[in-house]
Design a protein around this ligand. Structure first.
Ligand code: HEM
Length: 501
């Protein structure tokens, strides 16, 4: 696609099967077509992967009054949502899960997917306690299976006449399973509906749809409710968790970035508490890193297709009504003009000489115009809270003998990162280390570190402790959070402290 853009320019069309698709390359073309001409280009063509939504819901519905009303309502609700509260318990559970791994490797992708799925459930249905039970796990598993299977059949979105192939059928069946789980969850939730309480976005939808006054122009029936629940669950889970999986990969490969994040967090947040959204404006380097994570291996290179609602003219060419329009976001984020050495992971590109965050117009990971992502605020808040909590609490490594994978994505439903495992560094006593915890053990010179508890700030006697990265054996004696700080400023956070008697 990038080669074609060089050859044919920023806007060209290709024939995919029986249909003509216009491809937009570079910020200017996307801004012009999606934002300036948005009233004519914000339709949504059929997306075969999401046929199970029957063209309903904010994402799949064509651009019309019904879609706009539901989108506006969702945007307003999400703008006021208390993301901090909704993510708090899930982040606690994530940190505890990682502590409990006690230095054993775990699959980062599926761990973070479960956390993010649970957060979107809290946003939709309210308190997590309401949803406790086997349904939660089934839902997470089913969306992952559906994404995986339909990724293998993502070609059907460009060549819909191939939808009869077995890969497409498997993907579609997996989405049907996901869809029936959401419907069941929703039905259960509705049984507990109380007009006086708003447990989450679903209740807000229900209140609004039951209003019968003359000002209520909100078009919303049960099918819309189901479709929007499914849409928001899909839109809000795999996007964010895939971005975070790329993020951890970049942080593993760039320990200097982790050091700078740690230094900034220590200065602004201190040692003992977890970063909160109120800290966000004071953490330019953290914000720059999160933006660079989104830019450097953007998850949706071709985003979602738009459709011309009426005949329109783009760059002097007449685009007939019904034409599919795809934006090549990869071309925006890999544009040498705006991002020198674009494949290099460099958060400082988002900072000015004084270390302040720069506003860069061409940074558009949530798209532009009338179909831009309504989950942007929530997604950015979630990513901030999860990344800062993880980096503050742990030092991650890949297991001994496993290489950090190259940041090469594979294109399915999204630009998928390679799978990898991580483990947290753990601390053992020098005597335990002498006592045989050896394969893969790496030492920090005890004299050069200061150990302190992230919880209490207490300083520990470093001469008796060493830092190890592997899956150590031995007895867990204390299980609180301890950090080590090297003389040079390097920080290591350790959760499991092991001692052999
Ligand atoms: C890192 C996370 C995310 C990224 C990068 C992202 C990106 C995008 C992009 C590029 C679009 C397509 C815009 C277009 O058609 O021009 C989109 C649409 C959408 N996103 Fe997100 N998104 C993220 C998270 C979320 C979250 C957390 C939610 C829900 C809470 C969400 C809900 C939606 C919905 C409903 C749409 C369809 C909007 C419409 O058709 O009007 N997204 N997103």
């Amino acid at each position: 696609m990038m080669g074609w853009a060089k050859k044919y320019g920023d806007i060209f069309s290709v024939r995919m099967g029986t249909k003509t698709t216009v491809i937009l390359n570079g910020y200017e073309a996307i801004q012009d077509v999606f934002q300036r001409k948005g009233a004519l280009t914000s339709g949504r063509p059929r997306i075969p992967t999401f046929d199970f939504l029957h063209g309903r819901g904010i994402l799949c519905a064509d651009y019309c009054a019904r879609q706009r009303a539901q989108r506006e309502f969702t945007l307003k609700y999400l703008a006021k949502a208390d993301t901090e509260k909704q993510t708090e318990d899930e982040i606690d559970a994530l940190l505890q899960y990682i502590r409990d791994t006690n230095g054993e490797p775990f699959d980062f992708n599926s761990t973070i997917s479960a956390t993010i799925s649970n957060i979107i459930e809290s946003i939709l249905f309210g308190s997590k306690l309401e949803q406790e039970g086997p349904n939660v796990k089934i839902l997470v598993d089913s969306i992952q299976a559906a994404s995986r299977l339909s990724a293998q059949a993502s070609f059907q979105n460009f060549l819909p006449f191939l939808s009869f192939l077995p890969q497409c059928r498997n993907g579609n069946e997996a989405w049907n399973v996901f869809s029936s789980h959401v419907t069941r969850l929703l039905e259960r939730h509705i049984l507990g509906y109380d007009a006086r309480a708003t447990r989450g976005l679903v209740d807000a939808f229900l209140h609004q749809s039951k209003r019968s006054d003359s000002e209520n122009s909100f078009s919303f029936n049960d099918d819309d409710l189901i479709a929007n629940c499914q849409t928001l669950y899909i839109g809000g889970s795999e996007t964010t968790s895939t971005t975070l999986t790329w993020g951890m990969l970049f942080l593993l490969s760039n320990p200097d970035v982790c050091e700078k994040i740690n230094a900034e967090l220590e200065e602004v947040v201190g040692k003992t508490r977890r970063p909160s959204l109120a800290d966000r404006p004071n953490l330019p380097y953290v914000n720059a890193t999160l933006m660079e994570i989104q830019r450097c291996n953007y998850i949706g290179p071709l985003s979602l297709p738009h459709k011309a609602i009426r005949d329109t003219t783009i760059n002097g060419y007449v685009i007939p009504e019904g034409t599919t329009i795809l934006a090549n976001f990869w071309s925006v984020f890999m544009d040498e003009k705006n991002w020198p050495n674009p494949r290099e992971f460099r958060p400082s590109r988002f900072l000015d000489e004084d270390g302040n965050l720069k506003k860069i117009e061409t940074f558009i990971p949530f798209s532009l115009g009338k179909r831009s992502c309504p989950g942007e605020t929530v997604a950015r808040q979630e990513m901030f809270l999860v990344v800062t909590a993880l980096v503050k609490a742990f030092t991650f490594h890949v297991p001994e003998g496993e290489a950090i994978p190259d940041p090469d994505g594979s294109l399915g439903l999204m630009n998928e990162p390679p799978r990898y495992r991580v483990l947290q560094a753990i601390l053992i006593s020098a005597s335990a280390q002498r006592g045989g915890l050896k394969p893969g053990v790496r030492l920090i010179d005890p004299a050069s570190v200061t150990l302190y508890s992230c919880d209490t700030g207490d300083i520990y006697d470093s001469s008796t402790w060493v830092l190890v990265y592997p899956n150590g054996t031995g007895q867990v004696e204390v299980n609180n959070t301890i950090s080590t700080r090297q003389a040079g400023g390097l920080m290591h956070k350790i959760n499991a402290v092991q001692e052999v008697a």
